[in-house]
Design a protein around this ligand. Structure first.
Ligand SMILES: NC(=O)c1ccc[n+]([C@@H]2O[C@H](COP(=O)([O-])OP(=O)(O)OC[C@H]3O[C@@H](n4cnc5c(N)ncnc54)[C@H](O)[C@@H]3O)[C@@H](O)[C@H]2O)c1
Length: 252
């Protein structure tokens, strides 16, 4: 058990990649805070961990709301007394509403940046003071290929992920010397609820598969091993890195 008795906050852990990470962390011995905006999904994920013999609780959280993030971190500390791992996973992609720059509404731009970028920052802002006290901590952000190269019709999401890339580097520069390792995972095209609408279009699905050298789309479980490694002692000297789990998409 690589994460025995570590305390992990995983945002957006109700479904998709966050849920797969939360389940893996619990299986590796961590106690997990499910910080999630969707109460049904958050409760169900916590219940699944309990049913498997693990320890977790659901903390209702909109990561874009400062008061809710503060309350979630306080609840984690009240229950477990420390924070070893923060996985900034929660994000939205407003497929069909996100668009080219001149067609994008201010509402879509603002909500996307609030959740995806401000959310990563706010959760870090409130978890870091405890990690500084502990002189140890691990933060994993969720970046994206869209923040690294151009994709069509995804201006707001791409900009938010470009921001996460910069935030990861800035936090790695600021906190590594205090024992807090900050890294980012860069998934490729994964079969999660985020992509359900896009992948229900067969042409788009085939296009995504054909640009993935491995020959299939990613599954939520594909990120869990890397997330467990990055949170473990084996990753001690991994700092400010961007780790792809994309079946080779970014290699071509
Ligand atoms: N799926 C992909 O192909 C892909 C590719 C690259 C990067 N990513 C990134 O990986 C991460 C996980 O993606 P996913 O595919 O699992 O997403 P998903 O949409 O399937 O799940 C996201 C989870 O976050 C929760 N959430 C949404 N807004 C929230 C908020 N304001 N506060 C708290 N929780 C909130 C949702 O309820 C849901 O449980 C995201 O950061 C995403 O941008 C995903």
């Amino acid at each position: 058990m690589r994460l025995k008795d570590r305390i992990a906050i995983v945002t957006g852990a109700g479904v998709g990649l966050g849920k797969a990470i939360a389940l893996r962390y619990a299986a590796e011995g961590a106690k997990v805070v499910i910080a999630e905006i969707n109460a049904d999904a958050g409760c169900a994920a916590a219940r699944e961990i309990h049913d498997a013999g693990g320890d977790a609780f659901f903390a209702p959280t909109d990561v874009a709301e400062e008061k809710e993030v503060r309350a979630m971190v306080e609840a984690a500390l009240h229950r477990y007394g420390r924070i070893d791992i923060l996985v900034n996973n929660a994000a939205i992609l407003m497929f069909g509403k996100d668009a080219r720059a001149h067609e994008l509404s201010a509402e879509v731009w603002e909500r996307t940046l609030l959740v995806n970028l401000r959310g990563h920052w706010l959760c870090s802002k409130y978890a870091i003071p405890q990690m500084l006290k502990q002189k140890r901590g691990c933060i994993i952000n969720f970046a994206s290929p869209t923040g690294l190269k151009g994709f069509e019709n995804l201006t707001a999401y791409s900009v938010s992920k470009g921001g996460v890339t910069a935030l990861t580097r800035a936090m790695a520069a600021d906190y590594s010397r205090y024992g807090i390792c900050v890294n980012a995972i860069v998934p490729g095209c994964m079969e999660t609820p985020m992509n359900a609408l896009m992948l229900s279009n067969d042409t788009m699905r085939q296009k995504r598969i054909s640009t993935t050298p491995y020959g299939r789309l990613g599954k939520a479980e594909d990120v869990a091993g890397l997330a467990a490694f990055l949170a473990s002692d084996d990753a001690d000297y991994c700092v400010g890195g961007f780790y792809a789990v994309d079946g080779g998409t970014m290699a071509i």
